[in-house]
Design a protein around this ligand. Structure first.
Ligand SMILES: NC(=O)c1ccc[n+]([C@@H]2O[C@H](COP(=O)([O-])OP(=O)(O)OC[C@H]3O[C@@H](n4cnc5c(N)ncnc54)[C@H](OP(=O)(O)O)[C@@H]3O)[C@@H](O)[C@H]2O)c1
Length: 328
């Protein structure tokens, strides 16, 4: 099969499309024919020399994929079933979705709801799954209908879907972006307002800023997350799901002990089966109200991955880049 292989040898990184056998790690892995894969920030981190994310020297990249089961020894997955594959070591420590076929343990397979085609499931991908997981975490904390929720990194894969799904579920998303030229696009996705990256808080001289947000979904981390914490309303939460700016967090305990705010950790990689079922079901529920087409930055072939990964690294994308490993 054709696959996008990342290889590091003595600090020399190469990325190329070539013919390889599908990488099976366990006899009872399920084989999936990939219709579409997606390009994620994490994929760009994996395809970097001396990557701290990649766990092996050589592998097929791609942390998510959607397609059809072609080989399974498990009763719950049959030939022809449509599935999403994401999580665990996929595309990080074992061969991933930038290929025509991918093997996966059942733990990282999710049956697709009827409402979602494999194309739309990969528009969702890891990014949209994380966006919905974040939204559900805010709802669990008591988010009220009509709440004003800040989304940072709003034009990215996670951010744009957070804006879209918040709007589809009756909330009022405020999109924070470093790409003001995309304001119209973000408004069309459902943002009630678009603000700059440095407009997530006020009163910089004080320990706490004004109570601006009923909730937040943060893809950025670092100083942005610290500023969000000091600007949440009493009792509100921020779903911390990303680190595109920084993995550091310098804050005080004041937001927690005087405003009762919640720092909600979000991880999609090891999400339990119960969480996966809940998130895909919520996605299926909003799907009829969502226009997936504008969330696609572009559809590419395996050969175009190096340029796409560069665009992700440099924040030059809008929504999701999809990969078709078998064009034509
Ligand atoms: N927790 C999980 O399980 C999980 C799952 C998926 C992804 N993630 C993480 O979520 C984050 C977003 O992933 P993604 O796939 O959506 O990435 P993405 O498509 O590359 O989007 C990231 C967005 O962040 C903004 N941005 C980029 N560089 C920035 C910087 N230096 N400072 C501030 N903003 C910056 C840009 O949006 P604007 O131009 O609009 O500001 C960019 O489009 C990543 O850190 C990723 O690792 C976590």
């Amino acid at each position: 099969m054709r696959a996008f292989v990342i290889n590091e040898d003595d600090g020399n990184l190469s990325c190329e499309v070539r013919d390889v056998e599908p990488g099976r790690m366990d006899l009872d892995d399920v084989l999936v024919k990939v219709d579409f894969s997606g390009v994620n920030f994490k994929d760009a981190m994996v395809a970097t020399a001396k990557s701290r994310v990649r766990r092996v020297a050589s592998l097929v990249g791609g942390v998510d994929a959607a397609g059809t089961v072609v080989e399974s020894s498990h009763a719950q997955f049959n030939t022809g079933d449509r599935v999403a594959v994401h999580g665990g070591n996929l595309g990080v420590g074992r061969d991933g979705g930038f290929a025509q076929y991918v093997y996966s343990p059942t733990r990282y397979l999710s049956p697709l709801p009827a409402a979602l085609s494999t194309h739309d499931a990969m528009v969702v991908g890891t990014a949209g799954f994380t966006a919905m997981e974040s939204l559900l975490a805010l709802e669990d904390r008591g988010l009220q209908h009509g709440a004003q929720v800040l989304v940072t990194g709003a034009t990215g894969g996670v951010g744009s879907q957070a804006v879209t799904y918040l709007a589809a579920r009756g909330y009022r998303p405020v999109a924070s972006t470093g790409s003001p030229e995309e304001s119209q696009w973000l408004t069309e996705r459902g943002a009630i307002r678009v603000v700059g990256r440095d407009e997530v808080s006020d009163q910089p001289g004080r320990v706490l800023g004004s109570e601006l947000w009923d909730g937040a979904i943060d893809c950025v981390g670092g100083e942005t997350l610290a500023q969000i914490l000091r600007s949440l309303r009493y009792g509100a939460g921020v779903a911390a799901c990303g680190l595109v700016a920084s993995a550091d967090l310098n804050t005080t305990v004041y937001p927690f002990i005087t405003r009762n705010v919640g720092l909600l950790g979000i991880d999609c990689v090891e999400a339990t089966n119960a969480t996966r079922t809940r998130v895909w079901s919520a996605l299926s529920e909003v799907a009829p109200r969502v226009d997936f087409a504008p969330l696609v930055d572009r559809l590419i072939e395996l050969e175009e991955l190096p340029a796409a990964l560069d665009d992700i690294r440099n924040g030059r994308t809008r929504g999701r880049i999809l990969v078709n490993p078998t064009p034509g």
